[in-house]
Design a protein around this ligand. Sequence first.
Ligand SMILES: *Cc1c(COP(=O)(O)O)cnc(C)c1O
Length: 461
Amino acid sequence: MKSTFRTVIEPFIIKTVEPIKMTTVDDRVNILKEAHYNLFKVKAQDVLIDLLTDSGTGAMSSNQWSAMFRGDESYAGSQSFQRFEAVVKNIFGFKHIIPTHQGRAAERILFSVICKPTSVILNNSHFDTTRANVEFQGAKAIDLVIDEGLNPQKIHPFKGNMDVEKLKKAILHYGAENIPICMLTITNNTGGGQPVSMQNVREVKQILNQYDIPLYFDAARFAENAFFIKEREQGYDEKSIKEIVQEMMTYGDGCTMSAKKDGMANIGGFLCTNDDALAQMEKELLILTEGFPTYGGLAGRDLEAIAVGLEEVLDESYLQYRIAETRYLGEHLSAIGFPIIQPPGGHAVYIDAKTLLKHIPPLQFPGQSLSVEMYRAGGIRTVEIGSVGFGKVDQNTGADLPSEMELVRLAIPRRTHTQSHIDYVVEVMKEIYEIKNELSGYKIVKQPKYLRHFTAEFIPL
Ligand SMILES: *Cc1c(COP(=O)(O)O)cnc(C)c1O
């Protein structure tokens, strides 16, 4: 099945198209002014290449659209739920499958049921909504990724791995009785979409077994993770992606899932567990805020799209193309001279704007500066992951504190862009690299109390 040619082609043809409205630099200078230099305020039709997120932004297949037409919208016991449940059970192997409207709803229900204010949740790295849902219960969210995962330039095949020594210490420090579950995020989104190895999962599970702590997966990019295992871990190159996923899930006691990622759907998620008593409580909460357990806040047609998407994401030629696209962008940016998180992960390339724009201090937001310039120069929308989004305020002095890193994330929607789109991004970035020392910092002139990156207003300095 594997092609002997070096060019990895898109393993699909295009059946429906959505036109892009072309804009000029002059148009975009005005659009930026009107948006107060906040890319979240730019209208989607004014973006040429939208790399803001890979969440729910992918293209669905003709099979998914056909399945949607067959959506059974019965309130209880719909056929769409039965098909969805059968697919999830087959791939993930858990006993109870609870649909939710997206990943964070699964998280909220899970942590409401298992957390007390004294609880501690361990993870390789908590995704931001996961951390927020843990902390909302008054509990602690602790990250235990290996040191290599915190070093952007360091090359390691499984930078998402949990540090097992840190894990042992954390269990002794917090006490097993305070740790309702330990999680592994596959791939590790916060760390740059970096994979976790099967061996690491086995080691983590072995330690958790000694203390009777269940292991849960935050499975948003489970298929991309499995592809990296097939590519990089000894003993897996002959296994199918599905076999790899199935093996990994046997080490788990449950999972949360955002179907907006490797579910290949525009909306949806689910929560799985093998624990009967827990499932009962989770379903009661589900009815309270999401809906009846056979739809959980989704339309029957959404369940159909996810059921088909979960099978399609296991296709190796799809994953090969997916990872090649991200790698291609990462390697080209790196060749131009951009410092990026190495090696490129599954779903996104992250540029280290602090290293790139040394003349802009962190509190003048180098990541914001680069992402605004990418939009101005080429109509490319990305997201700043740095002091705008994650900066803190000193409790005593009220002064702004910078974030640890100043990154710009180029997330790649699934099956959405062609090679020439990516080549265009590379060409724009080449031009930006030449003038990088002329870019200015930004100042926030208006901001809300929480989550300022969505609505803050800026002026260039
Ligand atoms: C997106 C994501 C979530 C949250 O899912 P939503 O569907 O956006 O609510 C949780 N964990 C990880 C790793 C994610 O990437």
